[in-house]
Design a protein around this ligand. Structure first.
Ligand SMILES: Cc1cc2nc3c(=O)[nH]c(=O)nc-3n(C[C@H](O)[C@H](O)[C@H](O)COP(=O)(O)O)c2cc1C
Length: 176
């Protein structure tokens, strides 16, 4: 890390890895299922990438068990965390199906999807059922493009905010 001073005199710290801590996202619980296995993984890297058709891009590391299950099944579920689901986002993002049954150690309550085999999470702010229509290599992650088959929401819940490696509640609205 070193300091950078631009011509206006503004001084800022320079380090592209650390700078990533200053972005703000939310977290989705990605559900996947194949060959009698069901898994859940946390992902901050998912976003809508097309309005019509409704497509969502999801980035998954090749070494994740979730990668294998999505690759095999061609489907995934997304359950965007409410601010009551920080504990689940922690478990889903820090344990792997390689050695842990995450559903066994966390209070993951699911409901069945209509169009895909993987279930979705109760208590989330929104959920999507997605069918993979494309996959790209993005450096060390696979970018899955999912066509949204169904969407759900709960307007009583507030989103989980992920910033600087920690979970937060959404703050107050800023007036224009
Ligand atoms: C808050 C949070 C966000 C994460 N976001 C992503 C992500 O967008 N993509 C990804 O591949 N891994 C992400 N991870 C890491 C995976 O969730 C983690 O490696 C998980 O253990 C993979 O589980 P699996 O091997 O059972 O699929 C994230 C982890 C946390 C805690």
């Amino acid at each position: 890390m070193f300091c950078h001073s631009d011509p206006s005199g503004c001084v800022r710290k320079t380090d592209f890895e650390t700078s990533q801590n200053y972005t703000t996202t939310t977290v989705a619980l990605v559900t996947s299922s194949s060959d009698n296995k069901v898994n859940v993984m946390s992902a901050e890297w998912s976003i809508r990438v097309s309005i019509d058709p409704f497509l969502i891009g999801l980035l998954v590391g090749y070494e994740r068990e979730t990668y294998k299950l999505i690759k095999d099944s061609g489907e995934f579920g997304l359950s965007y965390c409410s601010d009551m689901q920080g504990d689940l986002a922690h478990i889903a993002g820090n344990y792997s199906l390689k050695d842990t049954d995450k559903f066994g150690i966390g209070k993951f309550k699911t409901f069945p999807s209509k169009y895909i085999n993987a279930p979705l999470l109760e208590g989330s702010i929104s959920n999507y059922e997605c069918r993979v229509i494309d996959e790209f290599e993005m450096g060390d992650h696979a970018a899955f493009v999912g066509k949204v088959l169904e969407g759900y929401y709960d307007d009583e819940r507030k989103p989980l905010v992920f910033h600087h490696g920690k979970f937060f509640h959404l703050g107050e609205r800023i007036k224009k």
